[in-house]
Design a protein around this ligand. Structure first.
Ligand SMILES: [Zn+2]
Length: 227
């Protein structure tokens, strides 16, 4: 039986699901049901994205641990998906133990094969907020959160070597014209990201703790991947 895989973006658990999440899973459900009827072996996945600074802060404000907070929100999201009778095969939570283990395994593998390397992240830093900002996030040259002065700073971080894959991706897209559809989205990807030159991606944070710990190397325990 021919396999057909479909997934949605995973909902961020900083609050209640909104119409955008709901609309997306209903459309994905429709496709999954249609493909099953056509005789495909369908795997339909959805889930929740449960890490990050925003969740850490929201949990603290609610007087809960981040895990208690995301358990509640993810449970609410899953209830709504079930209420709408969406036919997903698997609901993935990024705090699932097997998911965290796999992320750590992949992170280490990429590091060992040189795809993840240790570098320095440069940005505008607000000391009282302990936050890095990009140029475009600043408000009138000041911290967008507290309005205080920011200064140029850098910190060690892990980066994924996306730049290494630009030529291979371009080659693949050119030889597989159906890989990204519609074509307008493929052109957007090629013109806005690949052609200007893919930037290596910063994949760790030190400014908060609610993430999956990087469990190797000589970094202090506060280092977290974003997975
Ligand atoms: Zn600030």
């Amino acid at each position: 039986m021919e396999k057909y895989y479909i997934t949605t973006a995973i909902a961020y658990t900083s609050g209640k699901p909104h119409i955008g999440n709901t609309y997306e899973i209903v459309l994905a459900d429709l496709l999954a049901r249609f493909k099953r009827k056509q005789g495909f072996d369908v795997r339909f996945q959805t889930g929740t994205d449960e890490h990050g600074e925003k969740i850490e802060l929201k949990a603290a404000a609610a007087g809960k641990t981040p895990k208690e907070f995301v358990d509640e929100v993810a449970g609410g999201i899953k209830n709504i998906w079930d209420l709408m009778n969406t036919s997903y095969d698997k609901f993935v939570r990024t705090t699932d133990e097997y998911h965290e283990k796999q992320i750590q395994k992949m992170f280490k593998k990429f590091y060992e094969q040189g795809d993840i390397y240790k570098g320095a992240y440069h940005g505008w830093y607000c000391t009282p907020c302990e936050s890095f900002w990009t140029e475009s996030q600043l408000k009138d040259g000041k911290c967008p959160d507290c309005g205080r002065d920011v200064h140029v700073a850098e910190e060690e971080a892990y980066f994924f070597k996306m730049s290494k894959y630009a030529d291979a991706l371009m080659e693949y897209y050119n030889t597989h014209p159906d890989f990204i559809l519609p074509v307008s989205r493929k052109n957007e990807m090629v013109n806005n990201f690949l052609k200007p030159g893919l930037q290596d991606l910063c994949v760790s944070r030190t400014s908060f703790k609610w993430g999956i710990p990087v469990d190797f190397d000589i970094f202090p325990p506060s280092w977290r991947s974003q997975g």
